[in-house]
Design a binder for this molecule. Sequence first.
Ligand code: SF4
Length: 706
Amino acid sequence: MSINVTTTCPYCGVGCGVRAAVDDNGAVSIAGDEGHPANAGRLCSKGAALGDTTGLDGRLLHPEVRGERTDWDTALDAVADGFRDVIEQHGPEAVAFYVSGQLLTEDYYVANKLMKGFIGSGNIDTNSRLCMSSAVAGHMRAFGEDVVPGCYEDFEAADLIVLVGSNTAWCHPIVYRRIEAARAARPDLKLVVIDPQCTTTAEDADLHLPVAPGQDVALFNGLLAHLEAGGHIDSSFVDAHTEGAFAALAAARRSGNTAELARTTGIAEADLDCFFDWFGATERTVTVFSQGVNQSSAGTDKVNAIINCHLLTGRIGRAGTGPFSITGQPNAMGGREVGGLANTLAAHRDFDAADSVATFWRAPYIAREPGLKAVDLFQAIGDGRVKAVWIMATNPLVSLPDADAARAALEACDLVVVSDCEGATDTLACADIRLPAAAWGEKDGTVTNSERCISRQRPFLPVPGSAQPDWWIVTEVARRLGHGAAFDYDSPHDIFREHAALSAHDNDGRHVFDIGGLANLTRAEYDALEPLQWPVPASRTRDSRHGTAAKRLFADGRFPTKSGRARFVAVTPRGPANAPDTDYPLVLNTGRVRDHWHTMTRTGRSARLSAHVDEPFATLHPQDAQVFGLRDGALARLDTRWGHMLARVRIDPGQARGSVFVPMHWNGQTASAGRVGALVNPVVDPLSGEPEFKHTPLRVSAFAAR
Ligand code: SF4
């Protein structure tokens, strides 16, 4: 019998709707969901190739304990016994979970509840730490809560779109196609791209500002000072709805005049003037930022420097305006909602709400302090403070900075549990216990995209072998640890209702994240749930698929801070932590290619996706290639103080001088040449804990095979 479902793409944070069909012979076909507000039927190359990735080759299909295939009871008992022993001997801070933006919200919710509410440690962090935690920290400083104020429609309503540190055309392709369509319909819509590299996105821009690495704060401070000097302050908004403008402006004025700023940022003076004039004169301006901003030791300050400019001009909460953080992963936002970051609790609450959350959960041992963030967590595993770790749906031995040190940490750890659908990842190779998880197409639950839109992921394939959904695996371990009453769930529907109810619990109206209106969904209503943006408080009817109530937040000028005002943050430019030197004279900048996702465990299965780029490469400016004696197409050895790898040389005049771009995707299973994560310095932003993936001093030399 053929099957047809609407579901959601499992790759990027655009969160496109997908129609999946399985015919009588089991063949999967994929199309865009015309009714989904994110994509209206469009799919990018990765989404269109989803059907290539649903086969069972390479799947982990049965539990294994220390290399031996076993049954679920044996494996789950081994996990629970191992965690219980460590907790009894060394306390709850000696165990940890490391989870993923690939998890569905329901999976994420129970993992967070178990660690923070019932084990009693804050040690659950997520791979989303690596891509958007600076945006979270910046939102919390400015707004009092981690909230993206606008929606994708704002890109189409804007007269000026500023893309900062985002190769949107490759990394969030359907959002970019919406921008392209809007520009085609309205040629007066201007696009500015701020990026050290001349990316595919930058090539299309009306104005490309190749900012020097790490100088985004200087650039946006310069813009803030220009907005003040040019009389572009929305005084009524600033006076009534913000605080801290005086200090932020004082800091911004120190950025100097345009000539000084041109020297600092590396941007031509005329281009700076043009950008400042366009921004000052254009009421409907959206500033979209992504990994080029977030993945920095000053990432949070960069986010706030951008937000400051929108607060000064009052350009927030209205159509075509606002700062907009576009996230990398399919459920980075859902993970933020449930408190999947070590420094948040649940339902966008801080640890000062521990008593309230403990009451709701009836949790005996709630964590009262934030746990270890990703890089610190793996360092704690390495030095023995954390003795048992459970890694869910992610491959940190490829994606973390200083990835060789992370591998050594896992190899030395007393107990490593990995639950994954994939059967051959670098991380799985280090696992003592392997737990087979259901994959996309088999899983059932919800995800939230970059514009706060909750969408259903629905199953259309049978769960193969002994695989189980992540929420079930966590729940079974919780029961074995003695917490069965609090984890008495029969389905993701039960979990979602509890998550929704918690968001409304003790909410005095200050917290924006409130989906209490979904707390009483019947199973049939949950199954049929159409995409909708939060907040969805109990007072909001949910009969409108494209309702306007939640499209834009802060329209009334009220913010979820204690004072009700948005906060300017005075920021001072701070360069990258490690500067190039004579031994390592270049800078390594990592990022994505168009047709691969994360560590390629799924997209690597698709021949048509792999055809775009089939091996690791390093892109250099022609003059750098000449200086270091490198030919286009030759093999090069890349060295940093943390590791080394081989890559094919690409020479491109669009590459910034002094900078070398290397994609993040290739893993130890697919490329004997090495993993770029092993080269990246483990420096993090002090507030967000996000690593500095865009700036590691590097040496490149021609590779001579022996
Ligand atoms: Fe999937 Fe993102 Fe492509 Fe949409 S843009 S189809 S969510 S990868």
